[in-house]
Design a protein around this ligand. Structure first.
Ligand code: FAD
Length: 357
């Protein structure tokens, strides 16, 4: 049997695609059960989760962002609240919005319209790679798609530590010369992490020292790579979304909102193509335009991430102080937030405009 859509990867991006395709024959493949394998601190905007009916996964709401530098701390009230959420629960809620089939198998490659796995292959009219930074299918078609020098790396532990707000530390002469550390509270606990802007993977000693500086010991470990440069969202006939398409943002490492945003848009475009309202080629063109419309923002953040470690600390502090001015903060954050705003009505309008153009 041929599926309408096969999605490789059952995390933020893949499930967001499948959630828009109820009533279609959709197969979702993942090497792990749905909701297992959390890699991230799971911090995102409350409004994003509300727009997708996922607010029941929220653990703690945060109204401020706090950036610590040696000798000075900056507190930024958020124009919109962020939250930390429960990853398995969010995946389960998204999965319940689909009526897709799930198979726990890794996708290992493509043969025309067939997705290969170690236990047979599956035919699909449309194939979506949402398998994270490795882009299992995209990279099988285009070996240089995943550039190792365009990957950040982070490690986290979850320990009893209560706080308010999302906290970042930038200390170029201290713990981590080319990266940041963070603490994202989840009620009685916090997700405490370190991230390297050079893709440095030997971060365990740094994580241990950072945890101890907060007065706690490491307790469990998760993490991995996250890309910081956009990749082509279409390779041959294949659609790529989320980290597979390099849609995680540089500097902030925010990849959940982009994965949900592009996944939802892509799912809706595919639904229109399967309903015969647009052709699959038009869906490809619309999707590519949607991504490219944000390329300047992506490039700006990539540039900021590259130059940050080369900037003297007083300059970094000066910039952080500038952004803390209410008018500047409002402007910067609302642009940053708006780029991936997921309002269901606005979304439909945007898609009609893109699909029809
Ligand atoms: C330490 C750390 C902390 C982070 N914190 C945050 C944060 O607080 N907020 C934020 O917005 N972003 C954060 N990020 C980034 C964020 O986690 C990613 O951008 C986001 O997970 C991307 O979602 P995705 O669905 O594209 O990919 P993923 O979440 O990586 O999911 C990929 C899915 O594909 C599956 N898969 C992999 N290979 C195959 C295969 N061959 N076949 C089938 N399935 C496969 C995996 O099992 C997984 O389920 C963090 C990242 C790290 C590493």
């Amino acid at each position: 049997m041929e599926y309408d859509v096969i999605v490789a990867g059952a995390s933020f991006a893949g499930l967001a695609v499948a959630a828009q395709l109820r009533g279609k024959r959709v197969l979702v493949l993942d090497r792990q059960p749905i909701g297992e394998g959390q890699t991230s601190a799971c911090g995102t905007l409350v409004s994003t989760l509300q727009a997708l009916g996922l607010e029941a996964s929220i653990i703690q709401v945060h109204d401020r962002l706090v950036v610590h530098t040696p000798g000075r701390t900056f507190t930024y009230p958020m124009p919109e609240p962020f939250c930390t959420f429960d990853y398995p629960k969010l995946c389960q809620l998204l999965w319940e919005q689909t009526d897709a089939e799930f198979v726990q198998l890794p996708a290992t490659g493509l043969d025309g319209g067939r997705v290969l796995t170690p236990h047979g292959d599956y035919a699909g009219r449309v194939i979506v790679d949402a398998s994270g930074w490795r882009a299992a299918l995209g990279a099988s078609l285009r070996p240089n798609l995943v550039r190792r020098n365009r990957l950040n790396f982070g490690l986290e532990t979850t320990q009893v530590y209560q706080e308010e707000g999302l906290h970042f530390w930038y200390d170029p002469r201290g713990l981590l010369p080319m990266g940041i550390t963070w603490c994202f509270p989840i009620e009685r606990f916090s997700r405490i992490g370190v991230g390297s802007y050079r893709g440095e993977t030997r971060l365990l000693p740094t994580l241990d020292r950072f945890a101890r500086a907060l007065g706690v010991e490491r307790n469990g470990l998760h993490g991995g790579y996250f890309p910081y440069a956009l990749r082509d969202p279409i390779v041959g006939d294949l659609f790529l979304v989320g980290d597979a398409a390099g849609q995680c943002l540089a500097l902030t490492g925010e990849g959940i909102r982009p994965a949900l945003f592009f996944g939802t848009h892509l799912g809706r475009l595919l639904r229109r193509a399967l309903d015969g309202q647009i052709s699959l080629d038009e869906a490809r063109q619309s999707y590519r335009r949607l991504v490219l419309a944000r390329k300047r923002g992506y490039d700006l953040l990539t540039w900021c991430q590259h130059i940050l470690p080369h900037m003297p600390l007083p300059v970094v502090r000066g910039l952080l102080a500038l952004v803390s001015q209410p008018a500047v903060l409002q402007r910067v954050l609302s642009r940053y937030i708006r780029a991936f705003a997921l309002a269901p009505t606005a979304l439909t309008a945007l898609e009609s405009q893109r699909g029809g153009s």
